[in-house]
Design a protein around this ligand. Sequence first.
Ligand SMILES: Cc1cc2nc3c(=O)[nH]c(=O)nc-3n(C[C@H](O)[C@H](O)[C@H](O)COP(=O)(O)O)c2cc1C
Length: 273
Amino acid sequence: MSTVQSLWQQRYRQADDYAPALANPVIEALLGHRSVRQYLDTPLPEGTLETLLAAAQSASSSSNLQAWSLLAVQDPARKARLATLANDQQHIRQAPLFLVWLADFSRAQRIADVQGLELEVPALLDSLLVGSLDAALAAQNAVVAAESLGLGTVYIGALRNNLQAVIDELQLPPLVFPVFGLVVGHPDPARPAAIKPRLPQPVVLHCETYTIADDEQQRISGYEALAGAFAREQGQTTPSWSEQVLNRLKSIEALHGRERIAETLRGQKLALR
Ligand SMILES: Cc1cc2nc3c(=O)[nH]c(=O)nc-3n(C[C@H](O)[C@H](O)[C@H](O)COP(=O)(O)O)c2cc1C
């Protein structure tokens, strides 16, 4: 079995009917992704931050506004405080680098300030999307670069659980929003992460128009069986995938504070209309 076929198999855990026709080192790197939650405290090689940033800045940017910034946290005390705010996630403390990806219109406003202008557009919801999309595309480029260097990463959406406290900790000015965090470090080889299976392609792919397949629920059940097997292999006892989806989406109690984001965003002068 080729490398890409083996990765494909781990990603979908289905019989060989999805054997990919196309393969190269980039595809292999992408298919081999896994989030890492166990790190060594070994420092990162010199130049890592700058390399990840160059990869990130190479991503596309809406209207080339480059409406995002990167905030790098390495101070152990600040990392620990952010870990506590983000649902007490230990890997934030463990790894040497914590990156906070910011949607950032404050730089544009500073350019406008020189001309005495008050920008109208950053306050719109679409601008929050523009800045957040830019930040996400940039971050994912950094993830791929980090993994290609043998480093591990995990996104931290829980950074939005206590949004105002994070804004205060990082001293973020108006028109700046922390979209998510990203832990970067050397994976602990004693506790390696595995490739997590994904939904079968026919459940995700629509051709020409949005068409719900007759066997969608059956295929989802099939996926749950393999996702359950994966969890057991990892020593986890988790509810089924559908249960996890419902638990996360059925009530705002599952949001751990994120339901207050709209209010905090207004304080940052974002998403006003
Ligand atoms: C925007 C975003 C936020 C996330 N937030 C967290 C988080 O706070 N903590 C965590 O352990 N994983 C977090 N994750 C990682 C997901 O749980 C993970 O990507 C998903 O379970 C699939 O696993 P994989 O990345 O290993 O394939 C986040 C992922 C994304 C894309």
